[in-house]
Design a protein around this ligand. Sequence first.
Ligand SMILES: CC(C)[C@H](C(=O)O)[C@@H](O)C(=O)O
Ligand code: SF4
Length: 464
Amino acid sequence: MSLTLYDKLVDAHKVCDLPDGDMLIYVDFHIMNEYTSPQAFSGLDTKDLTVWRPEAHLAVVDHVNATRSSEPHDAASKLLIDNLEANCTKQGIAFYGLGDPRQGIEHVIVPEQGLVAPGMLIACGDSHTTTYGAFGALGFGIGTSEVEHVLATQTLRYKRMKTMRVTVDGDIALGGTAKDIIMKVVQVVGAGGANGYAVEFAGSAISNLDMAGRMTVCNMAVELGARAALIAADDVTAAALQGHPHSGQFEFIGENWASDEAAVFDKEFTITGAEIVPLITWGTSPDQSVPITARVPSGSDYVSPKDKAALGRALQYMGLSEGQSAQSIEIDTAFIGSCTNSRIEDLREAAKILEGRHVATGVEAIVVPGSAMTRLKAEAEGLRAIFEAAGFEWRPEAGCSMCLAMNDDIAMDGERVASSTNRNFEGRQGRGARTHLMSPAMVAAAAVTGHLADVRDFTRKTSK
Ligand SMILES: CC(C)[C@H](C(=O)O)[C@@H](O)C(=O)O
Ligand code: SF4
């Protein structure tokens, strides 16, 4: 029988069926952060349980920590960080704390350490665990009670999802990036359009991406509502598995971690590569995006009163007018970071725009490399010098930072941010803060012009 990659992965990890129709699945690797794990450890203590396989877990600090210094910025974050360390020491779990050379955003450091391989099942108390689908692994976010369950038993109760395939075929347009691919997919399928589905990304525009690009696509698939994202493992994946500190720790030999050719999906979407142009979000949902050359929608673009009202609400929060051109939107802040776009490849793309240019007057620009290793690599390549010469603040520590208002990087009420992150909900970067999602190169273009700008104008200028 022909199987999808998703079904192969689920079958390979199924321990048994449960009487209510769910199943029990085995978790190869589990990642924890300081934010979603404390109650899970307390649960273990209360029940006098220990961690069954400490070597199959990793704990990292990334959400609440400051990135200006390796010292916690307040007592509350210090408590969360210290608790995680104490819990891990007690249970014999690896802990990458502040100041550790392996520290960084969970979804950046796991691939960097070589802890993901095709065919694995990875769980983490964080929704963007879908990132590992880039390697042909099944990664998904879990809740705190599930964290406790996986610590104690290495298994989880699981319900098989339906399957969706999104095919993006053909070369993407000039200036388009992996971020634009996934933003376009979210626009077409809709935020929540993949609720209950595991989404596989296929087509030449996907297989042409490097691993960083594939991770960006799978990372943001959760904004579709998908609880799993997958890309077939291929030669690019195989090459990416080599040369990391833990390469070879997890190996799944003898399986073809790709969907069978005749596999049937419950739902299919097809997008033409040429439609992938540089995009920006204008609203408060990740599917509210337009090409940078276009205008913010007007009421007349919508038929239903519900859609018109949603437009009005989003525009009011964002402080924009109907039909305003995307490039007329002036920004206060430029932020390059997050598990979506803070890898070395992202920093290189932004640096290409910034080289020989300067951040516009009045714009605050921040770059937070996704991990300590990424930062050192970027510094060795001369990227830090480019960012700093351009007027960007180069953060010395890694973390989620301004991706969400959970640490000391909080945007102010009304502050408008060009952001390489993945979520633009009301209040995401701070109460009343206005987020525009885009690729890191587009953030760099916005930083130097002071308004949302077309990255293609820069590539044309520099190539003459
Ligand atoms: C705080 C955490 C639970 C959350 C997530 O699950 O994704 C965060 O990382 C996010 O990006 O919103
Ligand atoms: S960088 Fe942002 S999206 Fe990623 S884990 Fe941190 S808060 Fe979540």
